[in-house]
Design a protein around this ligand. Structure first.
Ligand SMILES: [Cu+2]
Length: 383
């Protein structure tokens, strides 16, 4: 409501300023020719130089951005295909950067060079087939190359061959407003059937517990992955469109209600190793510096200081899916295969958890005195 009122006030101020300038203009009629609505040579010159100044500003700001914020980009990729995604990104950006530098210069330079001059007439130039052929064919070739390279990379990333599938770990990522859950398919490599209608009690994923394939499925709220092993993710959503985004692994796939989507990758760097990565060490130091500064203010106001930050891989939601979208994340831990196995072995299956949660509660019964035949016990001990 407040923002709506602020918006209305800003609009009204805008209208008031506009009306005032109109009144001011009307009072100037018949004044010096500088206030004339028709541009003169001086006006055109000012605009021409401003065009030139603007392209200069774009370049200077670009160089400054690269210098000031280039450390904010994602660092070392933590998956096998990550390098391919980074290469594709780097080539596309370099190309865009090169083309935009030239075209922006030409656009602004010509606006400056051919600025209006009194008595100068524009040249009538209907068309030039040669020129049009050049500026059509060159972008077609460059874009076709880029698209083909992109498709080739994407198909390589998305292709999971049958042998890989047998050796891979199958994990379901279940998205809902606002959180993630993961389900490991177990040794049978098959996720038990699931349906939103079966959601009940601790069975928050709606797994069909009567399905034999579901018996060894394990549900967790922290995702662990073994390094160097292919993981095939099957994504589902309970409610709206979400997007499973694992930036360090250069992986993203939409989670669509009513269908299962898939993405597979092989993690290459364990969480422990990534914590020692140079770029990550710098990032963590920066974050902790900000935290220490913020903590000072919080403590001064009587609060408790913020915990220091340690790096962890994250699964985030990358579709604005509702009010708490920003908070939709799950920690990912990349372990050595041994640690991963030990961690997963410890987890109970969903079927076990369900049994325990729904075991009939011990019924309070009357205490019946039990007569123990002490002679028998003694006899047994002697035997
Ligand atoms: Cu979401």
């Amino acid at each position: 409501m407040t923002s709506f009122l602020v918006f209305i006030i800003l609009v009204l101020i805008g209208i008031a300023v506009w009306q005032l300038t109109k009144i001011f203009d009307l009072t100037q009629i018949g004044g010096s020719s500088d206030n004339d609505e028709i541009a003169n040579d001086r006006d055109n010159s000012v605009n021409g130089y401003l065009m030139f100044a603007f392209v200069g500003f774009i370049y200077v700001f670009t160089i400054y951005s690269l210098y000031a914020w280039s450390d904010l980009v994602l660092g070392t990729p933590a998956s096998e295909h990550g390098k391919d995604v980074d290469n594709l990104m780097a080539i596309s950006m370099a190309l865009i950067f090169f083309v935009q530098t030239i075209t922006q210069f030409l656009l602004h330079y010509f606006a400056f060079k051919y600025r209006g001059k009194e008595g100068q007439k524009a040249l009538y130039f209907a068309d030039n087939n040669k020129l049009e052929a050049i500026w059509t064919i060159i972008p077609v070739i460059v874009l076709a190359g880029l698209i083909m390279y992109g498709l080739y990379t994407w198909n390589n990333i998305m292709f999971v061959d049958k042998e890989d599938e047998q050796d891979a770990i199958i994990v379901e990522l279940y998205a809902k407003q606002f959180g993630w859950e993961a389900r490991y398919a177990g040794d049978d490599k098959t996720l038990g059937k699931a349906n939103v209608r079966l959601i009940e009690g601790i069975n928050t994923l709606g797994v069909d517990l009567a399905d034999p394939a579901a018996q060894d499925d394990k549900v967790v709220t922290e995702l662990h992955l073994p390094v160097g092993k292919k993981v095939i993710f099957k994504m589902r959503s309970q409610d709206v469109l979400h997007s499973a985004y694992m930036p360090h692994f250069r992986a993203q796939m939409n989670c669509v209600p009513g269908m299962v989507t898939q993405f597979a990758f092989t993690p290459t760097v364990t969480t422990a190793d990534m914590r020692n990565d140079e770029a990550i060490v710098d990032k963590v130091a920066k974050i902790n510096k900000i935290r220490v500064n913020n903590s000072k203010k919080i403590v001064a106001n009587g609060g408790t200081a913020l915990d220091s930050y340690t790096f962890d891989y994250l699964l985030l939601c990358n579709k604005i899916c509702g009010a708490s979208h920003y908070n939709m994340q799950m920690k990912i831990v990349v372990d050595t295969p041994e640690d991963f196995k030990a961690w997963l072995d410890e987890k109970p299956t969903l079927a076990q958890q369900w049994k325990e949660a729904n075991a009939p509660a011990p019924v309070a019964t009357e205490v019946v005195p039990v007569i123990v035949d002490s002679t028998k016990v003694v006899a047994q001990v002697i035997k």
